[in-house]
Ligand binder design. Structure first.
Ligand SMILES: [Zn+2]
Length: 632
């Protein structure tokens, strides 16, 4: 019995994950023609990127799947908590350490290959920051075809690591992290904490990358003739039309969680709100104004398949995706920056997304940034002490009314599952205080300004470890942050809900004629299936099946799945799903109009059910498949 249960759970987990990934992957894209169709001509006559095939392979490993799901959950949660927080300026970009690994290079010219790597990283930075010279094509020509859409400028800085290299690669401090013929394949765990670039010959495609990288030694793979800019180094020379470094921009886009811009066709979005739907990829160099799905297509986007010279922008929405993904799920890489790059200190960069909170900080946020960037330069690990030269520790004497220094005696008092209060000792002469806190596991800081020496935090996540710091605004400027302190919110307890410890919900499924294809399951934030139902019997369109579940406070994904990929509605009956609470009011629903799955994200807090968004894939139709294969 136990074994059967385990098997069932495992199957469901597997399917759940595949369903989730499908949203990003675009199931049908897994079937798109790649190398086989091109091997008889020049395989690089058209851009080819096998990231989707690569993902399918990776996802066949349950451990990889589970880890990726965690990253995506973190990303989704981070995203939902950081809406509208994008910076408009970028004073402190998040630094991502890069390592470049050339493989199988005959008679390598090391200094040339290093220069080539630098040319690539320079191009990459420009592309992501929107400072590429051909961005003028967007502003001068293309933008008017996309009213209301701006090009994106991601606040990231890619830098080749230059110190504390892993042993065994012949690299000294001061050398750039460029290895030649010392690695194989597309993963080297010794290079965990880096965004790796594996430069290979004969990949059969221009490149590939995981959709949402891990930082565990993984990275992007780039064909040797599509890497870097300029004259190149013998066999490793960028060849037109892929000679502007944009294969790497595209693959790093995947690594930072961007899908192809056409998603899976008109009905299947790429998950980015401001990129118009497009029915399929573009090649070569199309004219601005080409359209599909009722809107002008953004084929000049780095996530399309056009030539290097004909792609020149990310959208603002894409920039937000990559920033959020880096913040939420790539701390393994960003936190490594200060260890492996001279002068980099992402601890502060991340924390000081003060660029983002001008609203609460108005004019003084500039002082803030200035303070910190000064500290970044002369203090590579933490900045606790660097201001003490002008505010000596001895001035802590409270009897001195003009004294003002770092806050001390920070105390956190956890007052519930989602609340805590923080207090500290400050100074009479202090103008105000700033508190920042975040989950230890990732994400950006939430900040609070106060004139009091305490603050109440609300909306926290139950049973979660948080870190926090305080700084003081003195007449002379901001002090540094205190050392980081921690607290953990209470675990979910027995309050709230109609049954002790949980909230009652009724899941009601109406089947179409193919009930045997239909199932549903609810996964909690740890990836565990906590409730499930179906499959049902075929031939009973309109039948209603219901099941009671009781869920503790927390966030969940309810997936309604159709094994065939044509949803529950509306060709073979009007199926769907409705979730009601104890009073009978509908809290969540699906109209059954999707392909193989619809995911409904929701959170429960004290019997209150909040939908956090819905995603699904498009129906499988043979017509759309056929169209995909006919474009040249
Ligand atoms: Zn791609």
């Amino acid at each position: 019995m136990k074994q059967i249960k385990f098997f069932l759970l495992f199957t469901i987990m597997t399917f759940t994950f595949f369903s989730c990934s499908e949203d990003n992957l675009g199931l049908e894209d897994l079937n798109q023609p790649t190398i086989e169709e091109h091997t008889h001509t020049s395989i690089f006559g058209k851009r080819t990127c096998s990231s989707h095939e690569h993902m399918q392979e990776l996802l066949s490993d349950p451990a990889y799947k589970a880890a990726r799901e965690k990253r995506m959950e973190k990303y989704m949660r981070y995203k939902s908590q950081n809406v509208n927080q994008r910076s408009t300026s970028c004073n402190n970009p998040t630094v991502l350490p890069i390592a470049i690994h050339y493989q199988g290079i005959p008679n390598p010219n090391a200094s040339c290959l290093i220069a080539l790597a630098q040319s690539q990283i320079q191009a990459l930075n420009k592309d992501f920051r929107g400072t590429n010279s051909d961005i003028s094509n967007w502003s001068d020509n293309a933008a008017s075809s996309f009213p209301g859409i701006s090009n994106g400028e991601a606040c990231l800085s890619f830098q080749i690591a230059d110190k504390n290299h892993p042993a065994g690669y012949g690299l000294q401090d001061g050398d750039l992290a460029v290895t030649i013929n010392k690695t194989n394949g597309d993963l080297d765990n010794k290079w965990s904490g880096y965004l790796n670039m594996y430069i290979q010959f004969g990949t059969g495609v221009l490149g590939y990358a995981p959709l949402g990288g891990a930082g565990n030694g993984d990275g992007v793979v780039i064909e040797a003739t599509a890497f870097g800019v300029g004259g190149g180094c013998g066999s490793v020379s960028p060849a037109a039309p892929y000679n502007l470094g944009r294969t790497t921009t595209h693959e790093v886009g995947h690594y930072l969680n961007l899908d192809h811009i056409w998603g899976g066709g008109c009905g299947q979005d790429d998950g980015v709100a401001d990129t118009p739907n497009s029915d399929q990829e573009y090649y070569d160099c199309p004219n601005v104004g080409e359209n599909s799905c009722g809107s002008v297509d953004m084929h000049m986007n780095y996530m399309d398949y056009t030539n290097d010279a004909c792609m020149y922008m990310f959208s603002a929405g894409q920039a937000t995706v990559v920033e959020n993904y880096v913040s939420a799920s790539l701390s393994l890489i960003s936190n490594n920056a200060s260890n492996v790059i001279s002068g980099a200190n992402n601890e502060n960069d991340n924390d000081d997304s003060d660029n983002d909170d001008n609203s609460d900080d108005d004019d003084s946020s500039n002082d803030d940034d200035n303070d910190n960037s000064g500290n970044d330069d002369d203090n590579s690990d933490d900045n606790d002490n660097s201001d003490n030269s002008d505010n000596s520790d001895d001035s802590d004497d409270d009897s001195d009314n003009t004294a003002c220094d770092k806050a001390s005696e920070l105390v956190a008092n956890v007052t519930g599952e989602t609340t805590a209060s923080i207090s500290w000792t400050g100074y009479n002469s202090a103008i105000r205080y700033k508190l920042r806190y975040k989950e230890v596991s990732g994400g950006r800081y939430t900040r609070m300004n106060t004139k009091a020496t305490n603050a109440s935090l609300e909306g926290l996540i139950a049973d979660t470890e948080y870190q926090y710091q305080v700084r003081v605004r003195c007449s002379t400027g901001w002090t540094n942050w205190t050392a980081t302190e921690y607290f953990t919110t209470d675990a979910s307890n027995d309050e709230g809900g109609t049954t002790a410890g949980c909230t009652d919900l009724n899941i009601e499924v109406t089947t179409d004629d193919y009930g045997n294809e239909t199932s549903w399951y609810i996964v909690d934030e740890y990836g565990d299936v906590v409730a499930e139902g179906g499959p049902y019997d075929d031939g009973y369109a309109g039948d209603v099946f219901d099941q009671d579940v009781c869920l503790p406070d927390g966030c969940y994904t309810l997936t309604i799945a159709d094994e065939y990929g044509d949803g529950l509605c509306c060709s073979y009956g009007d199926g769907g799903l409705v979730v009601t609470d104890n009073s009978g009011s509908v809290q969540l629903s699906s109209d059954g109009n999707f392909g193989s799955y619809e995911d409904i994200d929701f959170c429960i807090s004290n019997t209150d059910v909040q939908s956090k968004g819905v995603k699904n894939d498009a129906k499988k139709t043979s017509a759309r498949q056929a169209a995909k294969y006919t474009r040249k």
